[in-house]
Design a protein around this ligand. Structure first.
Ligand code: NAD
Ligand code: UDP
Length: 314
C-alpha cells in the first residue's frame, strides 16, 4: 500500500512510519516540523519506501501518487506546545483536517483521524466510554486543542456521511515511549529528564489527579488493527491501568534510583483533568486487542532511550 501520514515526523507519527515500512508499504510523511524532529525520521531518509514532504497541512497539498491510507496525526499534542501555538493548533485541527480529508476523498483512500481523550475534557463519567460526550471548557487555555479535535471528529463524520469516505477515528489516551521530546512538558518525559539530571520532579497540584499510560508499541498495533477493521465510529485506544501523577513520579524515581522525597509541587494548570481512564471494551471486542506492556516495562525502555539522548541534547 501507499500511505500518507501527516505529522509523520512526530513521536507517534514516526513510529507509524516505521511500522508501515517494516510491513513493506510505502510511506509519504507530510510534516512542517513545528513540534516534530528530523532525528525521528533520519533513519528513513533515502529509503525508496519513504518520502518526506515538508508542508504545512493547513495549506492545500497536491499529491500525484495513488494512496490507500491517509492518517492525520499532525497537531501539537503536549499542553505546553498547544499553549505556545494556540492558533496553529486550531488551524491544524480544522483546516488541516479538511485538507487531509480532501486528499483521502480524491484518492478514495481510507482515512484515520488521530483524536484524543481530551475530547472528554475534565470527565464526569469514569472510565470514559466512546458514548460519553465530554465536559470541555471551550474558552479555557486547553480549549484550543480540545475543540480543534472535536471539530476534526465532526469533519471526519461529515465526510463519512456525505461523501461515503471510509473513515476511522481513534481517541488516543496518554501514550509515551522513545522519541518523545525531553522538553515537551508532558509528565513522563519531564519526570524522566528531571530524574536523570538529579533534579526534583515537578508534580502539578497535589499529584492526586490520574492518568492511564499506554506504551507506544501497544498503540501502534491498535491503530494498524483499527485500519483493517470495518468501523467508522470513534474507538478509544490506551491502557486501562490508572495511576495518580504522584504514583507515576515515584515509579520514575524508583527506576532511576532517585530519592523518594525529590518532588517539587507546583500549581495545577487551568482545566487540568482530574481523572482519566479509557473504557476499552469496544477496542477489545472489535480489534481483539489489548495493551500488553506494563508501566514498569514501558518506563524502563523509555528511560533507556532518554539516557542515550541526554548527552546528545545537553
Ligand atoms: P508530536 O508533537 O510529536 O507530533 C505531531 C507532529 O505533527 C509533529 O511532527 C509536528 O511537526 C506535526 N505538525 C503539527 N502541525 C502541523 C502542520 N500544520 N502541518 C504539518 N505537520 C504538522 O505529537 P504526538 O504525541 O506524536 O501526537 C501526534 C498526534 O496524536 C496528534 O494529533 C495528537 O493530538 C494525537 N494524540 C497524541 C497523544 C499522545 O499521548 N501522544 C494522545 C492523544 C492524541
Ligand atoms: N504533570 C505534572 N508535572 C509535569 C507535567 C505534567 O504533574 O511536569 C501533570 C499534569 O498536570 C497532568 C498529568 O501530569 O495532570 C499529565 O500531563 P501530560 O501533560 O503528560 O498529559 P495531559 O495533561 O495532556 O493528560
Amino acid at each position: 500500500m501507499q500511505i500518507l501520514i501527516t505529522g509523520g515526523a512526530g513521536f507517534i507519527g514516526s513510529h507509524l512510519c516505521d511500522r508501515f515500512i517494516a510491513d513493506k508499504h510505502k510511506v509519504i510523511c507530510v510534516d512542517n516540523f513545528i513540534t516534530g524532529v528530523e532525528a525521528n525520521i533520519a533513519h528513513l531518509i533515502g529509503r525508496p519506501a519513504f518520502r518526506l514532504i515538508r508542508h504545512d497541512i493547513t495549506k492545500p497539498l497536491e499529491i500525484s501518487d495513488s494512496l490507500d491510507y491517509v492518517l492525520h496525526f499532525a497537531s501539537p499534542a503536549s499542553p505546553i506546545d498547544y499553549l505556545k501555538y494556540p492558533i496553529q493548533t486550531l488551524k491544524v485541527g480544522s483546516l488541516g483536517t479538511l485538507n487531509a480529508l480532501g486528499i483521502a476523498k480524491a484518492k478514495r483512500a481510507k482515512f484515520l483521524l488521530a483524536s484524543t481523550s481530551e475530547v472528554y475534557g475534565d470527565p464526569q463519567v469514569h472510565p470514559q466510554p466512546e458514548t460519553y460526550w465530554g465536559h470541555v471548557n471551550p474558552v479555557g487555555p486547553r480549549g484550543v486543542y480540545d475543540e480543534a479535535k472535536r471539530c476534526s471528529e465532526a469533519f471526519t463524520m461529515a465526510y463519512h456521511r456525505e461523501h461515503g469516505l471510509d473513515s476511522r477515528i481513534v481517541r488516543i489516551f496518554n501514550t509515551y515511549g522513545p522519541r518523545m521530546r525531553m522538553n515537551d512538558g508532558r509528565a513522563i518525559p519531564a519526570f524522566i529528564t528531571q530524574a536523570l539530571e538529579a533534579k526534583p520532579l515537578t508534580v502539578f497540584g497535589d499529584g492526586s489527579q490520574t492518568r492511564s499510560f499506554c506504551y507506544i508499541d501497544d498503540l501502534i498495533e491498535g491503530i494498524v488493527r483499527l485500519m483493517a477493521a470495518d468501523f467508522n465510529d470513534p474507538v478509544n485506544l490506551g491502557n486501562a491501568e490508572e495511576w495518580t501523577i504522584a504514583q507515576l513520579a515515584q515509579a520514575v524515581l524508583k527506576l532511576i534510583q532517585g530519592s523518594a522525597d525529590a518532588l517539587k509541587f507546583q500549581p495545577l494548570p487551568i482545566d487540568d483533568p482530574r481523572q482519566r481512564r479509557p473504557d476499552l471494551a469496544q477496542a477489545k471486542s472489535l480489534l481483539k486487542w489489548e495493551p500488553k506492556v506494563s508501566l514498569k516495562e514501558g518506563l524502563t525502555s523509555t528511560v533507556g532511550w532518554f539516557r542515550q539522548q541526554l548527552p546528545i541534547a545537553r
